[in-house]
Design a protein around this ligand. Structure first.
Ligand code: UD2
Length: 314
């Protein structure tokens, strides 16, 4: 049994990781400041975890949180492209300064490995598809820059201090517990909630932008594999975590119409600043280095997600 520290445990991905680890009999410690995480995401598991309400920017709290931990799954962030465009300083503080604090604390506590929630936004709007890790990054939004900077910090801590790190470039993770209620929420959580309520969703742009939407179970699996993959293959590396398939927002809207029963049409609005047009991953590096294979495809994931929100009374 190992002790895992999850930063951002109140978030959608952090709380999903906590559940998966608990079901495998692992020990879980978590920190969150509830800037974007939610208490209800961990309410049911609170008794089974060592939870500490703390901010990433509090180095002392991060040192205490890392003490005795075997692995750190660093998920805490302010995860939004448009929010970072409005508030680049806030994005940088949480997503870069916060990460460096976690790394310093993890290094000093001699944890075995840090796995980091990096982002596909690092690739930016380069025309080449699919995106592979050998490509030069080309971030557009402050969020993308911050996520990429933190990835470099991960590798730097491996090179300079021997702290093993793995960065997972998440491609639009979705699933149950993703917060649908903020204007900065991920598009699938937002659309599912709106369509179940009979509200008209707005597509920013012409809807022909595409994403490699990835169901949460695949991201959870990638984290668990990243902790255990041999250091010679994984330490200091970054890998795409995705499905290797892309769908447009228009196609996604049609699929959601079928699943939610929403019969209206979407509204089309202005394109969103900082957005990229197409995103699709090459997942061969994660396959080779981590033994990763996506287990749940887009349609199945979408169905499970709609069912979850429906079960919550949307
Ligand atoms: C980026 C990253 C993703 C993750 C995420 C964290 C890319 C390709 N992906 O997601 O991996 O790090 O940031 O926030 O950079 N949209 C609408 N209507 C809405 C909301 C969104 O049309 O009400 C559009 C939006 O303009 C975009 C697409 O849906 O074209 C996806 O937006 P999103 O905010 O769900 O995720 P994205 O791609 O910015």
């Amino acid at each position: 049994m190992a002790l895992y520290l999850i930063t951002g445990i109140g978030g959608f991905i952090g709380s999903s990781l906590a559940r998966a680890l608990l079901s495998r009999g692992e020990q879980v410690r978590g920190v969150d400041n509830f800037a974007t995480g939610r208490r209800e995401n961990i309410a049911e598991i609170l008794d089974g975890i060592d939870f500490r309400e703390a901010d990433l920017l509090d180095l002392n709290a991060m040192k205490k949180a890392c003490a005795g931990a075997d692995y750190v799954l660093h998920q805490a962030a302010i995860p939004s492209v448009p929010k970072s465009v409005l508030d680049p300083l806030g994005s940088n503080r949480a997503n870069v300064d916060g990460t460096v604090n976690v790394l310093v604390a993890a290094r000093d506590a001699k944890v075995k490995r840090v796995v980091y929630a990096a982002s596909s936004s690092a690739y930016g709007d380069t025309p080449t598809l699919p995106k592979h890790e050998g490509m030069a990054p080309n971030p557009i939004s402050p969020y993308a820059v911050a996520k990429l900077a933190s990835e470099h910090y991960m590798t730097s801590f491996y090179r300079c201090y021997g702290l093993e790190t793995v960065s997972l470039r998440y491609f639009n993770i979705f699933g149950p517990r993703q917060d649908p209620s903020s204007p900065y929420s991920g598009v699938l959580a937002k659309f599912i909630m709106q369509m179940l309520r009979g509200e008209q969703p707005t597509i920013f742009g012409d809807g022909e932008q595409s994403r490699d939407f990835t169901y949460i179970d695949n991201a959870v699996e990638a984290n668990l594999l990243a902790c255990k993959a041999p250091a010679a293959q994984a330490a200091g590396e970054m890998c795409n975590v995705a499905t290797g398939r892309r769908v447009t927002l228009n196609e996604t809207f049609r699929a959601l119409q079928r699943l939610t029963g929403y019969s209206g049409e979407p509204k089309y609005g202005h394109e969103r600043g900082g957005d990229i047009k197409h995103s699709l991953a090459d997942i061969s590096k994660a396959e080779a280095r981590l033994g990763y294979k996506p287990k749940v495809g887009f349609e199945e994931g979408l169905q499970k997600t709609v069912e979850w929100y429906r079960g919550r009374g949307a």
